[in-house]
Write a protein that binds this ligand. Sequence first.
Ligand code: ARG
Length: 460
Amino acid sequence: MGKMWSGRFSENASTLLDEFNASLNFDKKLYQYDILGSMAHAKMLGCQGILTDEEVNSIINGLEKVRSEIESGDFEFNISDEDIHMAIEKRLTELIGDAGKKLHTARSRNDQVALDFRLYVQDHNKTIRKLILNLIETLISVADKNKETLLPGMTHLQHAQPINFGYHMMAYASMLKRDYERFESSYKRNNLSPIGCAALAGTPHPIDRNATAKELGFDAPTLNCLDTVSDRDFALEMLFNIATMMMHISRLSEELIIWSSSEFGFITLSDAYSTGSSIMPQKKNPDVPELLRGKTGRTFGNLISLLTVMKGLPLAYNKDMQEDKEGTFDSVETAEISLTILNEVIKTMQVNKDKMEKACMVGHLSATDLADYLVEKCSIPFREAHFITGRAVALAEQKKCDLSELSAQDLQSIDERINDDVTDYLSIRYSMNARNSQGGTATSKTAEQIEYLKSWIQSI
Ligand code: ARG
């Protein structure tokens, strides 16, 4: 059989054209959505009296057969069929004869591809959300076990104030919650059916778009056919949501890499998720977080690619839009494997509490607490308190100890207004727990954040 569109052509297409033009090699991933869409379309055509019941049944059975041929590897993909839509329709017609030729009534590949691609995006939106929730649950459980584990909180990668490790994990859990909500909101906004829009202007056939929308799990049909076959912003939202989420994953990965270095030693990655060196027998490398950080780049690239493809296109469909799929598939697959493996890495990592707590004795983390103490308990103006604290830090440096290790006498030698109880306020744990404002690091506040996210997950 020649090309489906060969009617007005007198010469055969060159093989070079076939190779350049075809999307079959990548859009075969859409086969199951294409088959579902065709089944829904055929049923609707039957209900509307456009096809007979017999034709509808034969189409449905034929499509089942095509599906099983594809799934068993018996389907012969031929690049001259151009794309998955025509490959399936051609095989259907070979299998069932004339009824197959009626399937494309009131439909165009333009609404067909818009449907298949949207079904793919919506389906994977659900998968990704599930995977995000798994990761959030893992972060929560690590947080729960470590809400008392002291950790030097940093700014500029310099020791700043003591926090707890659970609180740090909850920061990432909070980012991932927003990621989840972004996917959820995109899902809701885009859960509208493109099928029945035909080429660009609708169709004169008496179709029922509500019926196909319902059958395929959409909330309703889209509003405007011209828009529907022209736009790909549902995919762009997916790409943006993935890119943002991967940016969060990349930052967490960066921290895992730093924390697992011998300089920090805050965590030990499980052997199952670490790799060795081909030359240095002693090495254990954090390849997984490094790859997560690295793969984030391509998800940014895929977003920019599709934005760029779309930016100059007149309405409606242009072949440029065939370029929408590979990058989206790549981002989706990258997101899914990244979420899955990161979850395992976090689940299996060892948290070296002692190393974290020891690191808190470096950098005079309770300096702000001393200044606050001087203001509150000794009625010293803040600027003066800041200066006195600076002197105390200098004394600790001179004595080669941490500020929290100075005695009350040491501090009183700097300013005699300082009371004997000062040392209680300078311990690192006291300092962490003193930050008990809403959303703060205090163990009690970290526990509240954990409870909040747990009940949020329950409510989904
Ligand atoms: N393979 C095409 C794509 O992925 C399908 C739509 C083609 N429509 C058309 N009028 N050429 O975009």
